[in-house]
Each structure stands twice: as structure tokens, then as C-alpha cells.
Design a protein around this ligand. Structure first.
Ligand SMILES: Cc1cc2nc3c(=O)[nH]c(=O)nc-3n(C[C@H](O)[C@H](O)[C@H](O)COP(=O)(O)O)c2cc1C
Length: 378
């Protein structure tokens, strides 16, 4: 959601009417939901928990944080997926959820390396189902002391973001910068990007069209709306999903002006404003980057996630903001036309597109909410 645009569209009257009481409501910020960012690396002595305190900061679809970890075997972490945290409508085969778990694993490996541990990853050791994730382990991570090599990208973990704000349309992204970001992918996905005028125009159009389909398809939009967290109390109660915090949303929520019911109802102005706000974002793309794998097994999706985390960190290092725009890559039937168009344009020889994002220079944004590690221990 483009928060600034939203302010312009829907907040003006309310902000003008602000009183001292509104000011107090508006100044609430969800501090506890940000605490895992402050505590990363500092709360625990135990090496696995130290590494996990960073891994929980990984990017993941709709910020579902679908990870669960079992520490009962010494020197090992068994990672499982929380099957109550999938996205069955927009991600029917759990491909994106698996990519997010790959991001988690890469961050785990990098954080362990900072403390000198190498991590051996055994991915889906009991097999997997291509159509649906289940209770079987996603990975077993075994820590080996003294063999880890720190990665320079780790320096950018605390400032990495998925930036959902508009980008500066006066500031182009240089092709060399895109090439430099793409080189961060080392696990086997193919990464390409383009900031030329023709490509930017075509992909702004494609990503906007796909967003419109997701929003105008009731069952897929409802999946997002159900995950809206409006204002501090909701974000603190569920530090995940799609968070609307900060003064404007705090005030709109407190006065009952922004409700999930109104946002989901296509006849309301809230619905129209929400749609306009997200589309305004895609139109500020100054370049795009995409990632493909030759196959589309669970192992391929984990590889994509591991590389995605690295790309996001490399972009952070280069000062470039990125926002994944996954709609055209989604496998629900109503998206089929855009899925095919995206693959015809960007995939080679039967590849599967795993990620597509817009690039640009954006404002600094706050970290997104996280559940603490304790909530994720089995
Ligand atoms: C597989 C995958 C797909 C994603 N798709 C989208 C997307 O379509 N739109 C979007 O705004 N963010 C998308 N994101 C970013 C997540 O929303 C983001 O990682 C999450 O909210 C946590 O925020 P953070 O990355 O700033 O920590 C995606 C992330 C992953 C890993």
C-alpha cells in the first residue's frame, strides 16, 4: 500500500480535523512488533538461537512468517512450515511460501557464519509434494563449529526492506547497478533486469494489470484483506500480515473509517482508494528485476528464496529499493493470462519465474512487524 498516496486520497479531511485526542491516538507506534529487529543477535548465547534471531527477519509473502523450528536435537534445527499460515488463494501450490522459507534458510546460514559456524542444509529430507506443503521437515540445518565464512552482505540485514512506497521517478536506475545486484545470486537461479524505457513501460503495465486481477477477484483480495492489521493494537496482537500503522492509519482505524469490510467491498470509496494507491506504486517502477529457475521443484523454490534474500541485501547495499510484485507469477486460474504473458516475456526455455520486483530509489521505511522467536519454537 502506498501510504503517502493513501494519505492524500483519504486522510486529508481527517487530519485537518485533528484534536489533541487524535494526536494521542496517532502517536501510537507498534514497538513490540519491531522488537525482534532490536533483539537480533543480542538476546541469546546459544548459537542456533542467535542465528534464528536473524532468520526470523527474512522477507516472506504477506509477512505470514510461516516458519516453525524444532531445537530438540543438539546442533540441529528442524525447520517446518506452519500449515495454518499458507496463502491458499493467491499461492495455491505454496510456491511463494517455499521461496520465503528459502529466504529464511539463507539468512540462517549467513547469521551462523558470522559466529563461525558452517550450516549443512538437508532440504526436504523426507520428500515433498509439489502441490502442497505438509508437516514433513522443510530442512534440517546442522551446525558445524569453526567452518563458517562471514558474508559481506550480512552487513545489510538490519536495513533490508521490501519497500512498498513510491519510488523517485526522477532518478533512473543504472544498468550497471542492476548487474551488480544480480551478481549476488550464487545458488543457481537466473537473474535478469532491465531499466530501459521500453521494458519499464511494459512491466509497469503487466504488473498493474495483474494487481487489478488480484484485487478484483473477490476470493484473492479477501485473502489479503483478512490479513490487514489496522493500527497499533491489531499489529501488536498479530505482528504479521499487511500492516497499516503510523499516524494516518491509527486515526482512520480508531474512528472506524478504515475497516476490513469497507476495504473489501468494491462499491466503497475505500476499495477504490486502496486500489488506486497500490497501482500508483507500480507506476513508479524505474526498473525491474526478475528471477527464474529451470525447474520448479521444492528444492528449486528454496534456491530461489536463498538467492532472493541475497538480491534484496545487495540492492540494500547499492542504496536501491525493491518491492516484489508477485501477482503476475501467481497460479490461481483467474491470473492465467498474465502468468502466461510474464513467462512469454521474461522466462527462457520453459523456466519458471520465481520473483519479479520493481526497482528504484525510495524513502527510508520502518522495519515490518515480526513475531518473536519464542512464538516459533516447537
Ligand atoms: C515470495 C515473496 C513474494 C512477495 N510478494 C510480494 C508482493 O507481491 N507485493 C509486495 O508488496 N511484497 C511482496 N513480498 C514482500 C513481503 O511482503 C515482505 O517480505 C514482508 O511483508 C516482510 O517485509 P520486509 O521484507 O520489509 O521485512 C514478497 C516476498 C516474498 C518472499
Amino acid at each position: 500500500m502506498n501510504r503517502r498516496k493513501f494519505l492524500a486520497l483519504s486522510g486529508g479531511g481527517i487530519i485537518l480535523a485533528a484534536t489533541a485526542t487524535v494526536g494521542t491516538i496517532a502517536s501510537r507506534s507498534p514497538a513490540a512488533a519491531a522488537a525482534p529487529w532490536d533483539h537480533a543477535g543480542s538476546l541469546y548465547e546459544e548459537p542456533r538461537k542467535r542465528a534464528l534471531s536473524y532468520a526470523i527477519l527474512a522477507p516472506n509473502p504477506h509477512n505470514r512468517q510461516p516458519w516453525l523450528v524444532d531445537l530438540s536435537a543438539p546442533d540441529q534445527i528442524v525447520l517446518r512450515v506452519d500449515t495454518d499460515r499458507l496463502l491458499p488463494h493467491t499461492d495455491p501450490f505454496n510456491r511463494q511460501i517455499t521461496v520465503g522459507l528459502g529466504c529464511f534458510l539463507e539468512l540462517l546460514v549467513m547469521a551462523a557464519a558470522q559466529d563461525g559456524f558452517a550450516v549443512d542444509l538437508d532440504v526436504f529430507p523426507q520428500g515433498s509434494d509439489d502441490l502442497a506443503l505438509d508437516d514433513r521437515p522443510v530442512a534440517i540445518a546442522t551446525f558445524r563449529v569453526g567452518a563458517g565464512t562471514p558474508d559481506p552482505l550480512f552487513a545489510h540485514v538490519m536495513t533490508r526492506r521490501s519497500n512498498k512506497e513510491p519510488f523517485d521517478t526522477n532518478r533512473p536506475v543504472a544498468p550497471e547497478t542492476i548487474a551488480q545486484i544480480a551478481r549476488a545470486a550464487i545458488h543457481g537461479s537466473r537473474v535478469a533486469g532491465d531499466a530501459s524505457e521500453g521494458s519499464v513501460a511494459a512491466l509497469r503495465q503487466l504488473t498493474s494489470d495483474a494487481l487489478i486481477v488480484e484485487i478484483e477477484t473477490p476470493h484473492t483480495f479477501q485473502e489479503s484483506v483478512d490479513l490487514f492489521r489496522i493500527g497499533k493494537a491489531e499489529v501488536e496482537a498479530n505482528p504479521d500480515g499487511i500492516d497499516f500503522s503510523g499516524p494516518l492509519f491509527e486515526t482512520l482505524g480508531a474512528f472506524g473509517l478504515m475497516t476490513r469490510a469497507a476495504m473489501a467491498d468494491p462499491t466503497t470509496s475505500m476499495f477504490a482508494q486502496g486500489k488506486a494507491a497500490v497501482l500508483a506504486n507500480t507506476e513508479t517502477a524505474m526498473g525491474h528485476l526478475w528471477q527464474a529457475t529451470r525447474g520448479n521443484t521444492r528444492a528449486d523454490q528454496i534456491i530461489a528464496g536463498r538467492d532472493w534474500l541475497r538480491l534484496n541485501l545487495a540492492a540494500t547495499a547499492a542504496g536501491v529499493a525493491m518491492q516484489p510484485l508477485s501477482q503476475a507469477l501467481q497460479e490461481f486460474p483467474e491470473m492465467a493470462l498474465h502468468y502466461e504473458a510474464a513467462h512469454a516475456l521474461l522466462a527462457q526455455d520453459g523456466e519458471t519465474l520465481q520473483m519479479l520486483c520493481r526497482l528504484g530509489y525510495g524513502q527510508t521505511i520502518a522495519p515490518s512487524p515480526r513475531w518473536p522467536l519464542e512464538a516459533k519454537l516447537i
